[in-house]
Design a protein around this ligand. Structure first.
Ligand SMILES: [Cu+2]
Length: 453
């Protein structure tokens, strides 16, 4: 029996080997056929051709004090293929500013598709702070996106009237980013360049955070903080100390938006998002110590005019939607004004004013104690802003003020103001905004729109 079993086992083994080899050949052939057939592309008749090439846009210098014709607002369009070469003298304090398109009706889409950058103003005579770009002085441009199948999803969201709120966070255009921390202290320049989302930044881990600057530059002194909340367009500079050899995470916790539970839910009010990982080396290079004081308090002077501006819907201020042919407010150069801005809706809004860094008269927290150009206003709230208008006049070219939730801005939650010489006749056909009190200039200046201060 044994002598007959052995050859049949050999035969079975031989068959198995043969089958395996054949299966291998078939699989290999299958792979080759798939590779061969997928290596050729044919989309003839299958493309819908929905995207025109080349779009008009603009580039606005957010936070910059400059002549209105250089501002890059809706009145300075750049046609496809054309160049625009604005020019002005920078005279304001060191600050973290930024730039983005401002074409009326298309701002949200252009920014969402990625046109946004940081504009850092340095001051060689300023206090000693971490200032080596990319080493201990780091831009952190935060945008939320929605990706689907590797594509940017621009479809309108359900219930979110403020536009898209994405769960995919990019920092400087990079998903899932980390930073190798090599120094005792790093300066993070936080910019919320998102369309609609407000972040409440915390640093989770063995780390401390000191807030040193707001939109328009340094605070009067550093403030140890446990969070920094930024609505769209706002900036903050923080000094972070991460313990050597540990990892910390810049995270956004649910922001305090002052909304009802439903609106909060669809405005990102319940969201927690990891932003950036900070990986501290075992040995950290020494950093400059944090000064106890920075800038003396600004004196903007006493207001000689008061304006009431009410956000009356997600597309109107004082009941009016944006009209590029209408000047809403006329301001005299060399004067200080008090603007009272109210959110009379139940929705989240913020307020950005071009050309000036204002002072918030009732600041809520240290971020609002510094120079600001953008401020969040919860439903029912009134913010009182002190503004000083200087240097540049142009009765024909307006600056903007508007909500920086970009879908609202595009819908018309925006108005126009001009800065004019004392006693200048208002342009014909212009509706005067609601102004109380006389305008008495403190120090009249006579520079034209193109001149430096
Ligand atoms: Cu708004």
């Amino acid at each position: 029996m044994g002598s007959r079993v052995l050859p049949s086992r050999l035969a079975i083994l031989a068959h198995l080997i043969l089958i395996s080899v054949l299966a291998g050949i078939v699989a290999m052939a299958g792979v080759l056929v798939m590779a061969w057939s997928s290596a050729v592309k044919d989309t003839s008749g299958a493309v819908e051709f929905t995207n025109p090439l080349g779009e008009t846009s603009t580039l606005h210098w957010h936070g910059m004090h400059l002549p209105a014709v250089m501002d890059g607002g809706p009145h300075q369009p750049i046609e496809p293929g054309n160049q625009w070469q604005p020019e002005w003298t920078i005279t304001q304090p060191a600050a973290t500013l930024w730039y983005h398109p401002h074409l009326h009706g298309a701002t949200a889409e252009h920014v969402y598709r990625g046109i946004a950058g940081m504009f850092i103003l340095d001051d060689p005579d300023g206090p000693r702070l971490p200032s080596e770009y990319g080493v201990d002085d780091i831009p952190v441009i935060v945008q939320d996106k929605r990706f689907r199948d590797g594509q940017l999803d621009t479809s309108p969201p359900l219930f979110a009237e403020a536009g898209i709120l994405g769960g995919d966070i990019l920092v400087n255009g990079t998903p899932a980013p980390y930073l190798d921390v090599t120094t005792e202290r790093v300066r993070l320049r936080l910019l919320n360049a998102s369309n609609a989302r407000t972040y409440r930044f915390v640093v989770a881990g063995s780390a401390t955070v000191d807030l040193i600057a707001s939109d328009g530059g340094l605070l009067e002194r550093p403030h140890r903080v446990d969070h920094v909340q930024l609505s769209p367009g706002e900036r903050a500079e923080i000094i972070v100390e991460v313990a050597a050899g540990t990892t910390a995470v810049l995270r956004s916790e649910p922001p305090e938006l002052g909304l009802n539970f439903w609106t909060a839910r669809f405005s990102g009010g319940d969201d927690t998002l990891d932003i950036l990982e900070l990986r501290a080396a075992d040995d950290l290079a020494p950093s400059p110590g944090l000064p106890a004081e920075f800038a003396p308090p600004r004196d903007l002077g006493e207001p000689t005019a008061r304006r009431e501006l009410t956000i009356t819907s997600s597309s109107t201020i004082n009941g009016r939607t944006m009209d590029r042919g209408r000047i809403d407010e006329t301001v005299t150069v060399g004067t200080t004004e008090l603007w009272e801005v109210r959110n009379a809706t139940g929705d989240p809004h913020n307020f950005h004013i071009h050309d000036v860094q204002f002072q918030i008269l009732d600041p809520e927290g240290p971020l609002q104690s510094g120079p600001k150009d953008t401020v969040y206003i919860r439903p029912g709230q009134v913010v009182r802003l002190l503004l000083r208008f200087e240097h540049y006049t142009d009765p024909r070219t307006p600056y903007m003020f508007h909500c920086h939730i970009l879908a609202h801005e595009d819908r018309g939650l925006m108005s126009q103001f001009v800065v004019v010489e004392p006693g200048a006749v208002e342009p014909g056909g212009v509706e005067r905004g609601r102004t109380e009190g006389a305008s008495h200039p403190h120090e009249p200046m006579r520079n034209g729109a193109h001149a430096g201060p």
